[in-house]
Design a protein around this ligand. Structure first.
Ligand SMILES: CC(C)(COP(=O)(O)OP(=O)(O)OC[C@H]1O[C@@H](n2cnc3c(N)ncnc32)[C@H](O)[C@@H]1OP(=O)(O)O)[C@@H](O)C(=O)NCCC(=O)NCCS
Length: 156
């Protein structure tokens, strides 16, 4: 009895993925994406608005990709491309669905889309080594040697 309770309290509660699909964002996804970005500590209130996501998806519907499982948004990935270079942003899988291949699947979809558009590389800013060592390096990403970057901005 005590042993059972101990096991329950130490095994992280995880939801199992049934059938994952990757598709472009639509406006009904906003709240789920917002919550996902908040959970991953990536939500930027002034920038990550419903209107900005809508405008971005109008310009390029594939530039916000949604991972959906059983009707639920379980991950999202944004990219920016303008002919010069492609950058990945706001890439997060809902915590309880991590480590089941969702991140890999959504990233591979983005890579395929961009390859088909003629790009030969995809870049991403990372804040520490953890994400690189645990995830990106396994998927073939390499380090670019530039000085550490911080984001600054100005309201227009
Ligand atoms: C990074 C992130 C998107 C990965 O999503 P995920 O669905 O958990 O990743 P996957 O299950 O597809 O993992 C792909 C590979 O990376 C490994 N991996 C992922 N997270 C890992 C971790 N924390 N520790 C060790 N390995 C990890 C997996 O084991 C898997 O390796 P395998 O193919 O050899 O089995 C997710 O952990 C996340 O949302 N993190 C918080 C936000 C973040 O850091 N985003 C990246 C910003 S730059």
């Amino acid at each position: 009895m005590v042993r059972g309770a101990y096991l329950v309290s130490t095994i992280p509660y995880q939801y199992h993925i049934s059938m994952i699909s990757i598709r472009p964002y639509n406006t009904e996804d906003y709240l789920a994406v917002k919550e996902n970005l908040k959970e991953a500590e990536m939500f930027v209130p002034d920038v990550d608005t419903a209107e900005n996501f809508h405008q971005k998806s109008l310009r390029d519907p594939e530039s916000i990709l949604i991972a959906e499982d059983n009707g639920e948004v379980v991950g999202n990935l944004f990219f920016m491309e303008d002919g010069w270079r492609v950058y990945l942003f706001s890439f997060a899988v809902k915590m309880k669905f991590r480590n089941q291949g969702v991140g890999k699947k959504i990233l591979e979809r983005a890579e395929n889309i961009l390859k088909n558009r003629g790009y030969t590389s995809l870049a991403c800013f990372i804040s520490d080594e953890k994400a690189f060592n645990a995830f990106y390096s396994k998927l073939g990403y390499k380090k670019e040697h530039v000085s550490p970057l911080r984001v600054i901005y100005k309201d227009l």
